[in-house]
Design a protein around this ligand. Structure first.
Ligand SMILES: Nc1ncnc2c1ncn2[C@@H]1O[C@H](COP(=O)(O)OP(=O)(O)O)[C@@H](O)[C@H]1O
Ligand SMILES: [Mg+2]
Length: 403
């Protein structure tokens, strides 16, 4: 028995939006704390509070109407969540776990202590420190703001001594234009600069684990993910050319991390694979993840449903794939403003295609939706997903001629 009926979601982006159908199916009430009226999730959730999640009063009042709270993003200041928890609010995932998804320096220290594979890394306090790190490990190096980044914002490839000041300049200002409704807030701990060895990966992988309130874990099949300019473009599940042994090992890695960190809800572990087949962890997220969107249509239980099941204290649903291959392609803002208007052609060409549009205004490069194609043959399925996302982005018009 669980007494959780009403779940509050902090953040009004597409991840909160895609929780709504799962909540409806389970009879759970969703309340939303959104940054702005009309945001992606506010369009589909009836009970919306508009306010600043970094304001203790706003957050406390919101949480008091909920049996548990969870998140669309990781930017809620940890100290506010600790206060909420101390006042008896059920926060899932809890602040002690969530901090490892909020702060990349905290994450690196903990994963290293747990013996999980990481690139060489160091928190650097000055340009001179970063230069010293680059000389030790060899250029280029990756420098990241420890907190507040998303979609590659806050990640810098530093080629030599000459640009070692770049991440420190970024520390001074906000992260830049906020495209996502749930973009970073100015409050909370200041970020530091995390320097990482540059990993010449052959590909990026992701393993998503659902961990229930009772500690039971289920891992989704491993996904291969293609990022461009720090933004996820496409995913393929299961990751091609990954032996059953290696897939099992990566799922075990994800389950170990979720258990050690005490996550309740989803944990996404972003991985970089090297030429010899070994991996290092890139970063962690504790919420539904872009690399798990395929599971809405391609797994027996979607990641959104399993996240809510965990938050509500319900048993998890099976994570197996229902098709031999699932390819998800993100729709990034392009030359077409009217995405719904593009569906007639796209669905005429491919009626079995699965579509999620996020209700967001189209801006260049912004994530505004995704499509998922399912089937037996990787090349065919990938071709279908790409053709549809390119058409919806306005990059392709001849859908029919293609098939
Ligand atoms: N140490 C690294 N070496 C090489 N590439 C990296 C490294 N760290 C990150 N990247 C690349 O940058 C992308 C974004 O970094 P990440 O830390 O995941 O930032 P974000 O929080 O914006 O997703 C990664 O998906 C990967 O492609
Ligand atoms: Mg990332």
């Amino acid at each position: 028995m669980t007494g959780i009926r009403t779940i509050g979601v902090v953040g009004g982006g597409q991840l909160a939006r895609m929780m709504a159908p799962a909540a409806a199916a389970l009879g759970l009430n969703l309340k939303l704390l959104a940054e702005a009226p009309g945001s992606s999730a506010a369009q589909v959730i009836a009970d919306v509070t508009v306010g600043d999640y970094a304001d203790a009063g706003v957050l406390g009042a919101f949480a008091s109407g909920c049996d548990a709270i969870t998140f669309d993003h990781e930017h809620v200041p940890t100290d506010l969540l600790r206060d909420l928890k101390a006042s008896g609010v059920l926060v899932r995932p809890g602040p002690d776990a969530l901090e490892h998804a909020q702060d990349k320096a905290v994450m690196r220290a903990r994963l290293t202590a747990l013996g999980l594979p990481c690139p060489r890394w160091r928190v650097v306090d000055s340009v001179a420190d970063l230069v010293a790190f680059g000389r030790e490990t060899g250029w280029p190096v990756i420098a990241k703001l420890s907190r507040g980044g998303y979609d590659g914002k806050g990640v810098f490839k530093i080629e030599s001594d000459a640009d070692a000041n770049v991440p420190f300049a970024a520390l001074e200002g906000p992260l830049g234009p906020t495209e996502r409704e749930s973009a970073t807030s100015a409050s909370g701990p200041r970020p530091v600069i995390l320097a990482e060895e540059f990993i010449d990966f052959t590909r990026e992988l992701s393993v998503i684990v659902a961990r229930g309130a009772d500690g039971r874990c289920l891992a989704y099949p491993v996904t291969e993910t293609v990022q461009a300019d720090g933004i996820c473009r496409e995913t393929t599940t299961p990751a091609p050319a990954l032996s059953a042994e290696r897939a099992d090992a990566l799922q075990a890695l994800g389950i170990a991390a979720a258990s050690e960190l005490g996550v309740v809800g989803l944990l996404a572990v972003e991985l970089m694979e090297l030429a010899d087949g070994s991996v290092v962890v890139n970063e962690l997220a504790m919420r539904p993840h872009n690399t798990g969107h395929w599971a809405i249509d391609g797994a027996r239980t979607s990641q959104f449903e399993n996240h809510l099941r965990a938050v509500a204290g319900l048993p998890l649903g099976p994570t197996d794939a229902t098709a031999a291959v699932a390819v998800m392609s993100n729709i990034l803002g392009g030359s077409r403003d009217d995405l719904v208007g593009g569906l007639a052609d796209v669905l005429a060409a491919d009626p079995a295609l699965r579509v999620q549009l996020y209700g967001k205004a189209v801006k260049p490069g912004r994530k505004v939706g995704h499509v998922t194609a399912l089937g037996d043959d990787l090349a065919t399925v990938a071709g279908r997903a790409r053709a549809a996302s390119e058409a919806l982005e306005g990059r392709r018009t001849n859908l029919e001629e293609d098939r």
